[in-house]
Design a protein around this ligand. Structure first.
Ligand code: ATP
Length: 362
């Protein structure tokens, strides 16, 4: 096991800076997801950890040792890409055995390792099949197995599930987590899929435009996004965000939400933070899952636009595009299109952001 430390890491390609600055510490045996939209610098960061790209400035340390000038083959990293690199003329067994054999492991050790990883990744039944005949799903599983078998101290995966189908992706999320627990590797996982990051990672590093926005456990980034970008990016559907103006009322500080009316007074701690920050123009946020929905009563009044019933839950979409809200309700919730309802956010779940800077007020 190995710790990874990124210090003031910067990467430019000519005049374009893909990674503006990155400071991150990844613990022994920790599973960290680098999460962000396409082009935010995730792969660039990963390629530098692997040793495929050299940083423009800054340092990468493994267990405190500076990796500058250390080639990929000497870093003890395993790497799985979106596009699996499998020797198609070989069988599954030969592919799995390739790395161990190249390292000169004795035959008994190679055989045991192949059996263990094949069992783990459910590849045992096809061990003697030619890889060319395998489905994309199985090929990606094999690619993971081929890297994992030599038990690298650091395992880097760059969008390994983006080419596989949805059902298989769900299975692999669980398997990858098990794999990491079993082999106790330090794992860095690049994805643009917040669900993958939320379900597998110990901590998530959320990135945008070459800048690390927030690092935290899945529940931290979900509950306490540091800015509007993270609030929008984490959660599906994402946080409801409504622009408003802070207003003192006789019951305390509230937010005037324009067409939605006045919000209930803010919880004391949030009101205190907003006063201290001198905030005026804000964005009022609440999670679609954390509301009470009623026909009448306090809250934001809005008309139901359409209802999405997806088995275990129902997503109710409200209002026109410019002030659309989404609410996750019980599957049995009876609502009709066009009906106006009251949406009352659970007080403790309300978040405020400064409109100009996008930063959370807390
Ligand atoms: P994706 O999921 O699309 O790969 P990403 O977050 O991994 O996104 P990177 O691949 O790290 O993003 O790319 C970050 C930015 O750097 C992008 O704008 C990309 O076009 C640019 N970039 C990456 N590699 C190079 C290169 N070799 N030369 C020039 N620009 C590059």
């Amino acid at each position: 096991m190995t710790t990874i430390r990124l210090e003031n890491l910067v990467k430019s390609f000519g005049s374009f800076t893909a990674l503006k600055t990155m400071d991150l510490e990844i613990g022994n045996g920790e599973f960290v997801a680098l999460l962000g939209p396409s082009g935010c610098g995730k792969s660039t960061t990963m390629n530098m950890i692997a040793g495929m790209e050299a940083p423009t400035s800054g340092r990468i340390l493994f267990d405190g040792r500076d990796m500058a000038g250390v080639p990929m083959g000497k870093r003890g990293v395993g790497f799985v890409f979106q596009n699996y690199a499998i020797f198609t003329h070989m069988t599954v067994r030969q592919n799995l055995a390739y790395g161990p054999k190249a390292r000169g492991w004795p035959k008994a050790k190679v055989d045991a390792a192949v059996a263990k990883i094949a069992d783990f990744l459910q590849l045992t039944p096809m061990l003697d099949q030619k890889s060319a005949k395998l489905s994309v799903n199985i090929l990606q599983r094999l690619a993971i197995g081929r890297s994992a078998i030599v038990e690298p101290a650091i395992f880097l995966l760059d969008e390994p599930l983006s080419n596989v189908d949805a059902a298989f992706r769900a299975v692999m999320r669980t398997e990858l987590k098990h794999l990491q627990r079993e082999f106790r590797q330090t794992m860095v996982y690049v994805t643009h899929d917040q669900l993958e990051a939320m379900t597998m990672a110990d901590r998530i590093a959320v990135m945008d435009h070459g800048v690390l926005q927030q690092v935290g456990t899945p529940i931290e980034v979900y509950n306490d996004p540091v800015n509007l970008f993270v609030a929008r990016f984490i959660g599906a559907p994402g946080m409801n965000l409504v622009e408003g103006t802070l207003a003192e009322t006789d019951r305390g500080l509230a937010v005037d939400l324009g067409a939605f009316g006045l919000s209930p007074p803010l919880p004391a701690a949030l009101a205190g933070a907003a006063r201290t920050a001198g905030a005026k123009e804000v964005v009022y946020g609440f999670r679609p899952e954390e509301v009470t929905l009623r026909t009448e009563g306090p809250g934001l009044r809005a008309a139901v636009g359409f209802v999405e019933r997806i088995g275990a839950r129902t997503i109710v979409h409200f209002g026109a595009a410019d002030r659309a809200l989404k609410i996750v309700a019980e599957p049995s919730t009876a609502v009709s299109v066009g009906e106006t309802l009251s949406i009352e956010p659970v007080a403790a779940s309300v978040r405020l952001f400064d409109k100009a800077s996008g930063r959370a007020i807390k």
